[in-house]
Design a protein around this ligand. Structure first.
Ligand code: NDP
Length: 490
């Protein structure tokens, strides 16, 4: 689809003056040097040099679309969030999909988790659910995140992603075994953004009008069905069309084939958390469906493409700290780190006024703060007082927190998160392996072996294989054989 430019009037400079010549720069005589007084030329070159803003360190490569979230069940017993208060109620959303490790220009069809970040433009402010297409993650404490991502990015000496670094970190971080099993399975390379599930992954707090607390996990089940690419097909597609997933999403929406997801939540009454068999705030674990069955609460549909990728996708910012009344954080240590890191990244990348760009600003309400100025401030507060308390009116606090307090006890310290009765780093990786069909297990083992076989050090290989053996003896045995075969064939 091409877009017709309907601008009328002459070409101008940024200051609005008409431009006489956009093809020839001004020079001293026809064959002489260019003149600095050609301000149109200078402005054009200078602006071009500043077209890029820092790309996201993670989730740099993405695509997005607008849509609608519709409530399909009564969840008022669990949360007082207004956008969830009535069956049939609709809220505008913007969803950004992404890969994690690749740079801005990298290919879409790669083995990598996918970001699944939803911004709900609610009447009580924006609620951002910054999830992934996997229900778990590699680590459970944000203090390990920069180290983990360094292993996924380019090595400082070779300038390439290195299997040694990737597997060294995973082997030494056994809590990653569940997510790595997921990643090297079929769902590790979705066929498109439309054909994958999304998960809030973390546990969040819901609280109702009576102040009762529930812990929840979100699931977005694709209505298009799960479709994946084999490792071989992905390599071919990534080579042919780096933008395959972005293109698929845009073209489907242009055709009127609006992708949708059925939204479910698992709900745990707060009183059950302490004695639950797994630490419910551990991001490397799911809550098995048999313990907390997912309940359908809504439908999310994407039905409008952004008009400008830079303005609406590159400059879109999401923060897990963007909550609304009735929803809040849990003590999940990875989530706690993200509550800081996302806003900080946006202030660095897009500036302190990022939340006031059209894609980011609340649609159904207006932000009233005493924060002022900074880069690209639009003067929206006009002459209103910029301090509080004051004697001239202006916004005032509500004295009602968005979420309920959580009891804590014990001394401060660099604590390992509490370990519950059935917690270890391997149990759920084993459950995942055992739910796969024989075909899926074969592909999982082959995918893992292909990657581990690129490692140059024996100790790193052995440690990696051991973790999968601890998840499931058959898994470890098959992987060991496949890695040895791949290494001796190399
Ligand atoms: P259940 O049998 O109740 O649930 C299994 C879940 O696994 C389903 O949600 C299913 O998703 C998903 N699944 C099926 N095939 C694959 C695959 N190839 N790769 C990844 N996920 C798949 O079991 P449990 O709840 O006890 O969980 C068992 C394991 O399933 C977990 O260890 C976890 O790895 C995985 N899982 C669990 C989820 C949860 O929230 N409990 C969510 C997603 C995965 P679908 O219905 O879409 O086919």
């Amino acid at each position: 689809m091409t877009v017709q430019d309907e601008t009328t009037g002459p070409l101008t400079t940024e200051a609005g003056a008409p431009v006489a010549d956009n093809q020839n720069s001004e020079s001293a005589g026809a064959g002489g040097p260019v003149l600095i007084q050609d301000q149109h030329l200078i402005e054009k070159l200078a602006h071009f040099n500043r077209e890029r803003i820092p790309e996201r360190i993670v989730h740099a490569r993405g695509a997005g679309a607008y849509g609608t979230f519709t409530v399909t069940a009564d969840v008022t017993p669990y949360t007082r969030a207004k956008f969830l208060s009535e069956i049939g109620k609709q809220t505008e959303v913007f969803l950004r999909f992404s890969t994690v490790a690749g740079n801005l220009g990298s290919a879409d069809a790669v083995r990598d988790p996918r970001g699944f970040a939803v911004k709900f433009y609610t009447e009580e402010g924006n609620y951002d659910l910054v999830g992934n297409n996997t229900p778990v993650f590699f680590i459970k404490d944000a203090i390990k995140f920069p180290d983990f991502i360094h292993t996924q990015k380019r090595d400082p000496y070779t300038g390439s992603q290195e299997a040694d670094n990737v597997w060294d970190f995973w082997g030494l971080s056994p809590e990653s075994t569940h997510q790595v099993t997921w990643l090297f399975g079929d769902r590790g390379i979705p066929a498109s953004y439309r054909h994958m599930n999304g998960y809030g992954s973390h546990t969040f707090q819901w609280n109702n009008e009576a102040g009762e607390v529930f812990w929840v996990k979100y699931h977005f089940k694709t209505d298009q069905g799960i479709r994946n690419l084999t490792a071989e097909d992905a390599v071919a597609l990534a080579g042919q069309d780096a933008d395959s997933h972005q293109r698929d999403l845009r073209e489907a929406i242009e055709r009127g084939e609006y992708p949708s997801w059925t939204v479910q939540v698992q709900i745990m009454p707060a009183a059950e958390a302490a004695a639950y068999r797994f630490n419910p705030f551990d991001l490397t674990k799911v809550w098995p469906h048999a313990d907390y069955p997912p309940i359908e609460i809504g439908r999310l549909e994407l039905n409008r493409n952004p008009e400008n990728i830079f303005a609406e996708v590159e400059q879109s910012v999401f923060s897990p700290a963007h909550f609304v009344p009735g929803i809040g954080p849990s003590p999940d240590k990875m989530l706690q780190g993200r509550l800081f890191a996302y806003g900080d990244a946006h202030r660095y990348r897009v500036g302190v006024n990022a939340d006031h760009l059209p894609v980011n600003r609340p649609h159904a309400t207006v932000a009233h703060t005493y924060n002022r100025d900074g880069f690209s401030y639009d003067g929206r507060h006009k002459g209103a007082k910029n301090y509080e308390p004051n004697s001239f009116g202006g916004p005032a606090q509500t004295s009602r927190p968005l979420w309920q307090p959580v009891p804590v006890s014990g001394p401060t310290g660099d604590h390992v998160a509490p370990v519950h009765a059935e917690d270890d780093d391997f149990v759920q990786a084993g459950s995942l392996y055992r739910l796969l069909s024989e075909d899926e297990r074969e592909r999982l083992v082959a995918n893992l072996a292909g990657s581990i076989a690129q490692v140059t050090r024996d100790d790193i290989v052995q440690r990696a294989v051991e973790n999968f053996r601890k998840a499931d003896a058959d898994f470890g045995k098959r992987l060991d054989a496949a890695v040895q075969a791949a290494r001796s064939a190399a």
